[in-house]
Design a protein around this ligand. Structure first.
Ligand SMILES: [Fe+2]
Ligand SMILES: [Fe+2]
Length: 216
């Protein structure tokens, strides 16, 4: 997956932090499994940039980019409290401290610490709300790929895994159709995005086709 963030017209300090994230932070996710690694982070970044352009508030997309890039970095150490570990890793980052203001650091750290679902309705800023929604996989292809990768080590043959993904995809529909319970921004555009995801999750032929095109 390609990151769609256009960074050619940014102020100098923002270019430096974006380059740092691209060169040193995103590659760290390669150490996580394929379902939770850089594929998820790139989608979260792309979703954040899309949502930032849809909300009525004026958003600094570089802050969204950075928050999305660091939000799961704590998973490299532990899972249970990874939102706080991720926020702390970000706050300790000397390059981030050099190129961002104290206020920007706080906005990003709060958004990272608030990203998990138990914080629904309690996100401290619009940046936290954007990150929380962006964290949900909504790209149909990414959704199927993540389900497939998640099963990569399972003791099943490929056909059984495909059937399991198709079955699990049906269960995800309940979540896709629960707009108010899981979404912070609740934008009209998110309904369109959800519809596209639903269409694929309900279609075994499309799911099979995506899996068949995954490069190994
Ligand atoms: Fe997370
Ligand atoms: Fe995440």
């Amino acid at each position: 997956m390609i990151i769609t963030y256009k960074d050619d017209k940014l102020p100098e300090n923002e270019i430096k932090i974006v380059n740092h994230v691209k060169d040193y932070i995103i590659p760290l996710y390669e150490d996580l499994d394929l379902a939770h690694g850089s594929l998820h982070i790139k989608e979260t970044i792309n979703n954040s940039i899309i949502y930032a352009g849809l909300v009525k508030e004026e958003i600094n997309t570089t802050l969204c980019f950075v928050a999305a890039a660091y939000h799961d970095i704590g998973l490299l150490h532990e899972r249970k409290f990874h939102e706080y570990t991720s926020a702390q890793i970000f706050l300790n980052d000397i390059v981030a401290q050099t190129h961002l203001t104290e206020y920007e650091m706080k906005i990003i750290a709060d958004a990272i610490a608030d990203h998990r679902s138990h914080n629904f309705g309690k996100r401290r800023s619009i940046y936290g709300q954007i990150l929380a929604d962006a964290d949900h996989t909504t790209d149909p292809e990414t959704s199927v790929r993540r389900m497939w990768f998640y099963r990569s080590e399972w003791k099943m043959n490929d056909e059984q895994k495909i059937q399991d993904v198709i079955e699990y995809a049906q269960k995800l529909i309940g979540w896709v159709d629960a707009p108010l319970s899981r979404w912070e921004l609740n934008l009209p555009e998110q309904i369109v995005i959800r519809d596209k995801l639903r269409e694929v999750l309900l279609d075994p032929v499309k799911i099979r086709d995506i899996i068949n095109h995954i490069e190994t």
